[in-house]
Design a protein around this ligand. Structure first.
Ligand code: FAD
Length: 377
């Protein structure tokens, strides 16, 4: 499609800002409606693997990501005592780097600046108040009073997607996996030059991830009841109790965790929209359509791939409907493969029984998955 489209992106997170940038750079008129009051993101870090960095190059922000993050190439596997078992070089997609770790607020700043520079309008502290979709367009009124008619509305509004609820009610509400993730940002130890994954017979895994020259984060996953919340006074002690079996770099990092307020606890949930990801001119993308457990560090990567492929599909098609159909055909198998393998890895690492299909998937493993995912998206 060559004539400019009017697009509303609902949600200015990682995927939404990537889409806004990709579309605005092509001359489309893009509004982003973001519920939060600004670009602030949860103050922890995120891994951006090579396929995500390939997208970052595609929207012109790779250098800014590299400046703000920490590039790494080798995954180190240790036993729980901290003895190195393997050092696994990570593959690259084309000439994109293998991986970076980056603070989430820094990534949000990079993407927000890119979207604005490309001409997208970011509207903060707002959400959809009214929506009416007909065959030719979608009339939207936002809670800040802005209204407009759009050719396309994309719900990049996260795992709890209000737009998904509008399309499908509670049918695809997030499903709690039974596990929660604990993360703490710490000064980076000089020896943490890439992700250090400590795993073994403990039915738990701990990760150290460099996210800048100064910072790294310690992350771990444990089985928790859905209503569990860490004690605000002693979250650091609760984390230490759970990681008591670990030695080496994990224990050294843990010794630095003295502030309960520094511990970020998030439940791990999953969403799979089994029906079409688009109805009429309204589409769901990223976590709104296919939120995954974080075990391949690919959730945001799938969201940014969704974004760039949607822009490319609009380039190639002669109608919005044809673009959305082509986009979904291309994205669904890959995103759901990531989701299924991530879930299987979670089960394997936590000693949860797996199905025969999951056993088959697990033959690929984390190192093998990295090689699959640097193939074209
Ligand atoms: C513990 C954990 C660790 C992870 N680690 C990694 C990793 O290392 N690498 C990786 O690739 N992925 C990782 N992920 C996954 C990754 O964070 C998500 O997959 C990714 O953020 C999805 O992007 P998105 O744009 O779809 O949604 P989000 O980034 O969640 O953005 C959604 C946006 O929508 C906004 N919003 C919500 N409701 C409304 C509303 N009503 N109106 C307007 N806006 C709204 C939100 O404020 C938010 O800004 C991890 C996830 C978890 C839970």
């Amino acid at each position: 499609m060559t004539s400019p489209l009017r697009v509303l992106v609902h949600g200015g997170g990682i995927g939404g800002l990537t889409l806004a940038t990709a579309l605005a750079r092509r001359g489309h008129h893009v509004d982003v409606a973001e519920l939060r009051d600004g670009l602030e993101a949860l103050g922890v870090g995120i891994i951006q693997p090579s396929n995500a960095l390939h997208v970052m190059r595609g929207i012109g922000v790779l250098d800014a990501c590299l400046d703000a993050g920490f590039e790494w190439e080798v995954l180190t596997i240790c036993d729980p005592a901290g003895t190195t078992l393997a050092r696994i070089p990570q593959p690259r997609m084309g000439d994109a780097p293998a991986n970076i770790g980056i603070p989430r607020p820094a990534l949000a700043e990079v993407l927000g600046a890119a979207a604005t520079a490309a001409g997208a309008r970011l509207r903060f502290g707002t959400t959809i108040a009214e929506l009416a979709d007909d065959a030719d367009g979608v009339d939207i009124t936002l809670t800040d009073g802005h209204s407009g008619r759009y050719d396309l509305v994309v719900g990049f509004d996260g795992i709890g997607s209000p737009l998904r609820r509008r399309l499908y009610g509670e049918k695809y509400a997030p499903e709690y996996t039974g596990f929660a993730n604990w993360r703490v940002t710490l000064p980076r130890s000089p020896e943490v030059q890439g992700v250090v994954m400590s795993a073994g017979n403990l039915e738990a895994k701990a990760l150290l991830t460099p996210i800048s020259t100064e910072l790294m984060y310690l992350g771990a996953v444990f089985a928790e009841p859905e209503d569990f919340r860490p004690d605000p006074e002693r979250a650091h002690d609760q984390l230490a109790e759970r990681l008591a079996g670990f030695g080496g770099p994990v224990a050294e990092a843990l010794a630095q965790v003295t502030d309960p307020a520094a511990v970020v606890h998030s439940r791990i949930s999953q969403v799979t929209v089994e029906e079409p990801w688009h109805i009429g001119r309204i589409a769901l993308a990223g976590d709104a359509a296919h939120a995954s457990t974080p075990h391949l560090a690919q959730g945001a990567a799938m969201a940014v791939e969704d974004a760039l492929v949607l822009a490319l599909s609009l380039d190639a098609a002669d109608s919005v409907e044809a673009a959305l159909t082509a986009w979904e055909e291309r994205r669904r198998p890959r995103a759901l493969w990531v989701q299924a393998l991530s879930r299987a890895i979670l089960k394997q690492e936590t000693g949860t029984p797996t199905t025969p299909e999951e056993d088959e998937l697990l033959k690929v493993g984390i190192p093998g998955a990295a090689h699959v995912l640097v193939k074209p998206y």
